[in-house]
Design a protein around this ligand. Sequence first.
Ligand code: FHN
Length: 592
Amino acid sequence: MKYLFIACFLTLLFFNTVNAQETERWDKEVSAKPNSNQQWFKDAKFGMFIHWGLFAEAGGTWNGKNYYGISEWMMNRGKIPAADYAALAKKFNPTQFSAKEWAQLAKDAGMKYMVITAKHHEGFAMFDSKVSDFNIVKATPYHQDPMKPLAQAVRNAGLKFGFYYSQFLDWHEPDGGGNKWDFNETKKDYQAYYHTKSIPQIKELLTNYGPLGLIWFDMPGGLSKDETQSLINDVRKIQPGCLISSRVGNGLGDFKDYGDGEIPATVSTTGAWEALFTHNDSWGYSKFDYNFKTPKEIIRLLTTVSSKGGNLILNVGPDSSGRMPAYSVKYLRQAGKWLKINGEAIYGTTAGFINPQPWGLTTAKPHKLYLHVFERPKNGFILVPGLQQIKKAYLLANKQQLAFIKTTGGISIKLPYLTDDYNTVIALDLIDKPLTPDPNAPVTVSDQYTSNALDAINAHPFGKTKIKSITYSHYFGDWKHVPCVIEMTTPQDSAVFHANITEPGDYKVTLEYACAPAQAKQEGVMSLNEKEYQFETLPISDYESHKPLLFIKQTIAITTIKKAGLYQLNIRPLHSGTELFKLKTIWLEPIN
Ligand code: FHN
């Protein structure tokens, strides 16, 4: 059983690596040639992803066994014979489905586009397809095409509509990608699959459901770059305005999709891009996954992605009766209420030009900077480093003007007493041109906050040290991505952090890292404030991408900063050995 899990996991990991490689290739080959239709997408910032299919009928359970993680992969993980799995269609009857309600929920959530799975890897068409009878009209007691009314309702609500289509993986078809348990991989004819099912169904979707804002391809395979380009040409011919996701493959597409659940540490493209997250931890409906992101988490996730210049598409997984999960409805609506008041600081913005601060993040528009305050400073003043002058500062929610003064470090703004627990937005009317973001600017550390983070992406690596996003999962396919400082094995390998400590005082220094037990008990040293602090790593967690990666917070120093100013923290192994650890964050906590 264990080997079966690992085999499935490796399949998913392989295809996710393919996805990751696609995003790399996309940077080089496409982002410089933006598609003229993409401005609506770049302004939209927030979309709804819907994964709906026969997997919703199973809800993650098959023959009494629960499949934790992404429920839509159950057929693959359980190696369920295609004929047995297809029987789910006989029970699939979404009588509670309401196109209007789903469109209204997306609108109420403040989302500007919707993408729904027309056919996922299970091969089942959730639309009226003449290409294959394995579809919702022919094979279920529902006998209706939900996509037609949904497309119309979404457009009537003023949102763009698009389809997700798994163009290569198809576990129902002998020549489709991915099903090695029913069909002999060596005998597969992918071209036959593309030309008898995949491409004809894509053309049905492009032809029969009105103007599409986008088509979201996924898990590319089996096509050369020229064949992919010819598929793109087909899309352009039928729907010239329809944007195409980078997971069409071969470094092509109109907008870049990062990995599942990934926020890029540094944005590597000038083009349109999207971060994609599940609302709980599964794309498809799961009876037992209640790990729903709260409204505050949704707003902060959206703000974080917007502060980097991208879109967030957030997924919901309806059940087989056609109902959205109750917590998705409730929490998306609450997030939408915040957007109704503060949406100006999200929609149509570009990346903020001030680096992340202890108080929060920024987004920008011409002559405007929006400060998204997540953490309230003790003294009620937030510092915007680097700004020399502004015209006005006001609370976006009620336009209340805020007092501000120019200081040597930048503009200091007095926060109103009442702030928004999700995210308080302050708008600045600018006088100067936007500053050019400096990725090497020192990280602000202030005693006005409970703690200050120096994250791995702020580190300057020396020697063989690398900064890399480490991917791991809790269950199957619920990917987490954590940038870490890694591969420090000798005293010549180091990570240097630059901090602008704005107030003197005592600070507790805590390292947050993962360290495999076999590599633990190695000594490291941090130099700060003209002192060296030695420490010994603790045995925490082996790293395997299909298992949770555990981190520990280990305090290694208390240091007394006598004078505010620029400081350098240098972390390195004391002796040569194996990798010291995977360092996620250095925390500086003021001891007031
Ligand atoms: O295998 C799919 C998965 O089921 C889901 O559709 C995600 C959404 O991005 N895409 C693939 C894994 O990356």
